[in-house]
Structure formats: C-alpha cells, structure tokens
Design a protein around this ligand. Structure first.
Ligand code: MG
Ligand code: FE
Length: 171
C-alpha cells in the first residue's frame, strides 16, 4: 500500500538521521572529554554518555538491519566531521566549558525531539519492536539533558570561583 511505503520511508530516513546525529554526538563529546581539566563531574558524566551513545548507535543499527536497511552512509561521515569542527569552535574561548554546556544542552534536546518523533512513527507504522529500543535512547537523552540542566549553576559557580582566583577556568 502506498501509504505504508511512505511511512516506511519517513521512518527509515528518521532512523538514518538519528544514526548520523549520534555519530555527531560522539564527535562533539570525545574532544570535549579529552580537554576537560577542572570539571570532573562533567567529565565523568560525558564519559558515561559516550558509552550510552555507542549503545544508542547499536540499537539504531539493529532497527535498521531488521528493516533490511544498511546503516553505513556517507552522510554520517560528513556530519561527524561537522561535529568535530563545531566542538573545536569553542576551544579558543575563555569560557569554553560554559559554551560547551549550553551547546550540549541544546544538542540533547534536539536528540529528545528526534526520538519522540521516531517513537510516534513506530505507533503510526506499527513498528512495535522498534519502540522500546527508541524509548531507551530517549530516556538516556532525557537523563543527560536533566544532568546538564542541574549542573549548569554548579559549573557556572566553579567557573566564576576559579576566574576570581586568577586561575584558568576555561575547561
Ligand atoms: Mg544520543
Ligand atoms: Fe545524547
């Protein structure tokens, strides 16, 4: 049926975009983690979320292969490079940790929106097996977004304290 084909296309495109988004997430988080020196709580949470993200990529690949779709695309590669460049953009800033926290909060909320959209497509298209996998990814993004939201005042306070003490607070 034509409607079902259209829905399938929307769902598969959404899954591939999410796969690219997650590779971009890794390309942003890994350089951030390697640079952090004075914000150990952020570093620890980033480390956890990097491994969660690898699991998310695995779930997306499972869904894609269950639909006979290949998950390796050139678009992914292009987005990964873009992600590295975006993360690099903050490295010359004296307030790198703050800008990265803002950007990470925005990115997590983008991911939340992407998974909510995909979950609604599982309902529309009857892709019941994919739903719990996408809900797991969504939960991890919501938890990361909540961490960043909660941590922002603490990070800001530490940034201010270090700066007032004449130390390099940037990262
Ligand atoms: Mg993610
Ligand atoms: Fe995330």
């Amino acid at each position: 049926m034509q409607e079902q084909t259209a829905l399938r296309d929307i769902f598969v495109t959404g899954l591939k975009n999410a796969h690219a988004m997650e590779n971009q997430a890794l390309a942003i988080m890994k350089p951030q983690l390697s640079r952090i020196e004075k914000y150990p709580e952020v570093a620890a949470r980033l480390k956890t979320h990097i491994s969660e993200t690898e699991g998310q990529i695995g779930r997306l690949e499972n869904i894609l292969s269950s639909m006979d779709e290949d998950s390796s695309t050139l678009k992914d590669l292009a987005l990964s490079v873009g992600g590295s460049v975006a993360a690099l953009g903050h490295t010359l800033a004296g307030d790198e940790i703050l800008k990265n926290t803002f950007a990470s909060f925005a990115f997590e909320n983008y991911e939340i929106a992407a998974y909510r959209s995909l979950i609604s497509l599982t309902e529309l298209g009857g892709y019941a097996a994919a739903k719990p996998l996408l809900e797991q990814n969504l939960r991890e993004e919501e938890e990361m977004a909540r961490f960043l939201e909660t941590e922002l005042p603490t990070v800001t306070r530490r940034f201010a304290d270090l700066s007032m003490a004449g130390q390099d607070a940037s990262v």
